[in-house]
Design a protein around this ligand. Structure first.
Ligand SMILES: CC(=O)N[C@H]1[C@@H](OP(=O)(O)OP(=O)(O)OC[C@H]2O[C@@H](n3ccc(=O)[nH]c3=O)[C@H](O)[C@@H]2O)O[C@H](CO)[C@@H](O)[C@@H]1O
Length: 391
């Protein structure tokens, strides 16, 4: 572990990244871990987060007491068709990037960070470009196997590129490959320390039958219409054999609540709907015996660090089919089940039922999932940040 530098002033860090949870939580975890390391060495941390108003980071950073500012940024809508990439909306948004770079440059020149950490999402582009204009060390963190759009733009300017997977190293452009270092994808420490009994109290799951296994369904921060639909159609079977906590996305709660009204009372008592699972997430994960989920990099890092049997329904349109790649990779080692292509209620039940029926099967899958986990990723990323620092 790299020791914290002895400074007569606080260590200064700018973080930029966000939009979704996958880019936001690794940044948050890196900040907390760096702060702990500095405090243990008698130092302290000054941190500023550059994000967007609409991203999850705009809620997460202030809630954590982290100074937060925004810059203009453009959301690039991905498409395999180059003509579609040149849509009027994309052209308008790309034109906002130079304005964002100017704004970020002002912020960075004023704050004089020892390091800028960029964790992806489109807001990371102006901040990363401005970091290099201001000659500040730039550390990128990539959560997925293939570099995301923002990190691809910034790779050539990075001091170090922290990767979540060994298999990303050969995929880095040759000119920057020697700057790559594998850290893993940081998982919020509290995620590893949940208590199943607390989830029951916090969410009021008094009707859950604790003799039955519990399934946690999650579609990511915004929820997934596809997962919601297929789980709704599977509920009549699922609720005979399990309790279900279903995180469906804030926009979908009302519609699902209406369809759940038709469930028999005994089944309804074993079903809990939530738009977004906030601070209770670690306890819900501790309660879960099986997880049905999207296969975004953040969720995968959490489920493998915990060793949870999972049935993945990847987001089909994620860049480069990255979620399907993630899910298949775990499936190939028996660490999960991946349902790609069209997913029906019968197909989902076929995947979940053997796991519900057989605790030994769950335990074997959990064991194999844990082999992919990297609970020390935050410490490794902090090592990279400290070694890149210009102090
Ligand atoms: C649509 C999209 O752009 N997806 C990308 C996004 O994933 P996205 O952010 O959607 O999903 P991830 O799985 O990476 O992260 C979700 C995070 O939100 C948390 N959570 C989720 C729901 C909830 O109610 N409460 C809660 O705390 C999860 O525990 C996890 O920590 O970034 C990932 C990391 O670059 C990529 O791998 C994904 O392809």
């Amino acid at each position: 572990m790299t020791n914290a530098p002895r400074l007569s002033r606080p260590f200064r860090l700018i973080v930029s990244g966000g939009g979704t949870g996958g880019h936001t939580y690794p940044a948050l975890t890196a900040i907390r871990t760096l702060r702990d390391r500095l405090t243990a060495g008698g130092g302290s941390l000054d941190v500023l987060w550059i994000g967007t108003e609409e991203g999850l980071e705009a809620r997460v950073a202030p809630a954590e007491g982290i100074a937060f500012t925004t810059v203009a940024t453009g959301k690039i809508r991905r498409s395999s068709n180059p003509l579609k990439m040149l849509s009027p909306a994309n052209i308008r948004d790309m034109a906002r990037v130079p304005l964002g770079v100017l704004q970020a440059r002002r912020v960075i020149a004023g704050f004089r960070p020892d390091v800028v950490l960029a964790t992806g999402g489109y807001v990371a582009v102006p901040a990363g470009l401005a970091a290099r204009i201001c000659r500040r060390p730039l550390v990128l963190h990539e959560q997925t196997v293939r570099l995301g759009l923002a990190n691809r733009r910034l790779a050539g300017r990075a001091t170090r590129i922290a990767l979540s997977s060994e298999s990303s190293l050969p995929l880095l452009p040759e000119a920057v490959r020697d700057r790559g270092v594998v850290t893993g994808n940081p998982v919020r420490p509290e995620v590893l320390w949940g208590h199943a009994d607390k989830a029951v109290g916090a969410l009021g799951l008094w009707g859950f039958d604790r003799r039955l296994p519990t399934v946690y369904v999650t579609g990511g921060a915004q929820g997934s219409q596809q997962i919601n639909d297929v789980v709704r159609d599977t509920l009549p079977w699922l609720l005979q054999r399990a309790n279900v906590v279903h995180q469906c996305g804030p926009a979908h709660v009302d519609a699902l609540r209406r369809s759940a009204a038709a469930l028999p009372p005994e089944a309804a008592a074993r079903y809990h709907l939530a738009g977004f699972v906030g601070p209770e997430l670690p306890d819900v994960l501790a309660l879960a015996d099986v997880v049905i989920s999207r296969s975004g990099a953040g969720t995968l890092a959490e489920l493998t660090a915990l060793g949870k049997p999972a049935v993945f329904i990847p987001l089909a349109t994620s860049a480069g089919n990255e979620q399907a790649h993630n899910a298949r990779h775990l499936e190939s080692t028996g660490a999960a089940v991946a349902l790609t292509g069209e997913v029906t209620a019968a197909g989902l039940w076929e995947a979940v039922e053997p796991l519900l029926a057989d605790p030994a099967r769950r335990a074997a899958m959990a064991h194999r999932a844990r082999a992919h986990g990297r609970p020390d990723a935050a410490d490794r990323l902090v090592d990279v940040i400290l070694s890149a620092a210009a102090v």
